[in-house]
Write a protein that binds this ligand. Structure first.
Ligand code: CA
Length: 231
């Protein structure tokens, strides 16, 4: 089955370049020129990837991205003319998976599209079961609650997502870049303290005054692992 991509770009002469790059990455492209069309087409056709220009005639690309992200997990690569926009795209967590700065280099775009599709394939955004049980921790994903034995633990949404990512593979070292991707959708290479900060808070809430002071282990230079407490 051929995978499809949607190009959202009002600059007509870029359509050909983008479509060729996508073809190199194994995707069949279709183009629209406005944010409204993008939202409409994505609703009807569920493309496998969206290339989204930041500057569109009718809407800000950031808003298009946010709205798409509310409805779908489709991978989104933002196209921007200014490197200074990158902070807005990634830092504000609008939900883009990657970005590329104009002028577009065909080889770079092909590489980024391939890398993104590979990452999605390796770390699919899917739920595996509604409960995670790592005794004495019990996590109910749909209710978004965490119990330590009988005691309920209050977590922020991101702390909860991070705990789920760790608890879905107890005793396994999960690379930091994978956690940043799964929980925040940060592309590789972004320098951020977000993960360390959240791990610290999660530890504070889970480990304080408990019998298992080292529930979340740091594996220096690699990532983190949740050690299933001995029963
Ligand atoms: Ca534009």
């Amino acid at each position: 089955m051929t995978r499809t991509a949607l190009i959202v770009e009002d600059d007509d002469y870029l359509h050909g370049t983008l479509a060729d790059a996508l073809a190199d990455a194994g995707l069949e492209a279709r183009s629209v020129t406005t944010g409204a069309e993008a939202l409409e087409v994505c609703g009807k056709e569920s493309p496998d990837l969206v290339l989204l220009d930041l500057g569109l005639p009718d809407m800000d690309g950031i808003d298009v991205c946010r709205q798409l992200r509310q409805r779908s997990v489709v991978p989104i690569i933002m196209i921007t003319g200014r490197r200074t926009d990158v902070d807005r795209i990634v830092g504000l967590e609008v939900g883009a998976d990657d970005y590329i700065v104009k002028p577009l280099q065909r080889a770079e775009l092909v590489a980024r599209v391939r890398a993104l599709l590979r990452r999605i394939h390796e770390y699919p955004r899917q739920e595996s079961g509604r409960e995670l049980h790592v005794p004495p921790l019990m996590i109910h994903k749909d209710r978004r609650t965490v119990l330590w034995g009988e005691e309920s633990i209050d977590l922020t949404p991101k702390e909860f997502d991070l705990l789920c990512a760790l608890a879905s593979r107890p005793d396994e070292v999960i690379p930091a870049k994978q956690l940043l991707w799964e929980v925040w959708q940060y592309p590789e290479g972004i320098k951020t303290r977000t993960l360390d900060v959240h791990i610290g808070r999660l530890r504070g809430k889970l480990e304080r005054d408990r019998k298992h002071p080292e529930l979340i282990l740091t594996v220096p230079g690699v990532g983190y692992k949740l050690e299933a407490p001995a029963a």
